[in-house]
Design a protein around this ligand. Structure first.
Ligand code: SF4
Ligand code: SF4
Ligand code: SF4
Length: 397
């Protein structure tokens, strides 16, 4: 890790109340005890002190975090804050939840710990997000009700959405209208699906057809630019790309960071440490070690062969792939290793959505250089939106 900031993706439970077709996590009933949390927090703070890092961001994910009670989070917040205060370190919390178990009992902890903000997920149409024993339609009904209740309580809800075959069939106009006009979502992120974890019929269809997916992204970017950009609607990755091409700000989601391995680390409730949630739950051979072993986090990371291989990836990619000739190498860096691994079985391959990325980079670049009177003075972000953008920087489904 480098710089004055460290990001931890913390999975306090691997239990979930849903059964989504494309989930890449191998779920279990494990949950982190508060004593274990204290041990994790001490070791992470030791790491910060040793590396002269001042601030810790914790991205809480599952499984499903709301299968734990809100009281657990209140206690967790106190424990972490006490340990951070003792080391004179700053700490911020971000929550990703499917909102299925949300109710007003969560409002206090959402306000006090998470700045009244939560990242969630929904698709259009929703085919693959399913309640355990309840199906996709019931999932959508419960999610929509709870999302609206949360918004009414003053909570900002950001949404990650994964396109499916029917999304591409219905097209970008229907997609945009559904989320932005009908549901009132103003912070949306479109992610690409990949076949992580155990294979099933749905995952066999990934990656999605590049040409149809590219068409969808390009159409959606155009609609967003015409209808949402000036009104402060944010759609990832378009908003960030626009910001980059207009102002040079490189605040991208993890797949386009210089090397994600230098910026995040993930810990699951069994103490396994790996790059992110897919690796930690479904690919034991890529774990870096276990935080509950008698070893500090610095040594654990330094001595991990799996982490070393991820560190070598960008250098090897430019020898083995055509990324060196790509105009957008400085943005993309070869993309996401877990997408490459789950599609090609090899982390030293470029991201299987390369063609989509290239088309998208080119299109967004052209959008910003065309003489467009509306570009150049994007609207001010509503308060809190900066947190929301970061909150969805890692979650993939
Ligand atoms: S994608 Fe998320 S909500 Fe769905 S089953 Fe997996 S962990 Fe649960
Ligand atoms: S999703 Fe991909 S880019 Fe993001 S942290 Fe995981 S491996 Fe890295
Ligand atoms: S867009 Fe494709 S070729 Fe360009 S850097 Fe990314 S993966 Fe490599």
């Amino acid at each position: 890790m480098t710089g004055d900031h460290f990001s931890l993706i913390l999975l306090p439970t691997l239990n979930c109340n849903a059964e989504c077709d494309y989930c890449f996590e191998t779920k279990t009933n494990h949950r982190l005890g508060l004593d274990q949390l204290s041990e994790v927090a001490h070791k992470v703070m030791d790491y910060l002190s040793r590396n002269h890092i001042e601030f810790l961001s914790i991205y809480w994910q599952g499984g499903e975090v709301m299968t734990l009670p809100p009281e657990w989070f209140e206690a967790a917040n106190e424990i972490i804050q006490r340990i951070a205060d003792g080391r004179n370190k700053g700490v911020g919390h971000f929550l990703q939840s499917n909102m299925i178990a949300y109710g007003k009992k969560w409002n206090r902890v959402l306000s006090e710990m998470f700045g009244n903000s939560v990242g969630s997920s929904m698709d259009f149409p929703n085919l693959h997000r399913k309640l355990k024993n309840g199906g996709a339609r019931e999932y959508e009904r419960v999610w929509t009700r709870n999302m609206r209740e949360a918004v009414d309580a003053g909570i900002e809800v950001g949404v990650i959405s994964i396109p499916n075959e029917q999304t591409l069939e219905l097209g970008a106009e229907r997609f945009y209208s559904h989320f932005v006009d009908d549901l009132g979502i103003r912070d949306l992120q479109i992610n690409t699906p990949f076949p992580g974890g155990s294979l099933n019929d749905v995952k066999k269809g990934f990656p999605l057809d590049h040409h149809r997916l590219t068409r969808f992204f390009v159409d959606l970017a155009t609609i967003w630019f015409e209808r949402g950009f000036q009104k402060g609607v944010r759609i990832g990755p378009f908003s960030k790309l626009m910001d980059y091409f207009l102002r040079g700000n490189k605040d991208f989601v993890c797949i386009w960071r210089e090397n994600c391995v230098n910026e995040f680390v993930c810990i699951d409730p069994r103490g396994h440490v790996a790059q992110c949630d897919c690796w930690v739950t479904s690919y034991p051979e890529f774990r870096f070690g276990n935080i509950f072993d008698d070893v500090g986090l610095s040594d654990l990371l330094k001595n991990s062969p799996a982490r070393r291989s991820l560190q070598l990836r960008p250098g090897l990619l430019i020898q083995r792939e055509d990324c060196l000739e790509c105009d957008y190498l400085s943005i993309c860096h070869g993309g996401c290793p877990v997408r490459a691994y789950t599609v090609h079985g090899d982390i030293f391959r470029k991201d299987p959505y390369c063609l989509l990325y290239r088309n998208l980079f080119q299109m967004m670049q052209e959008m910003t250089v065309k003489p467009q009177p509306r570009i150049g003075s994007p609207p001010a972000k509503p308060q809190g939106q900066g947190e929301s953008k970061d909150k969805v920087a890692y979650r993939q489904v």
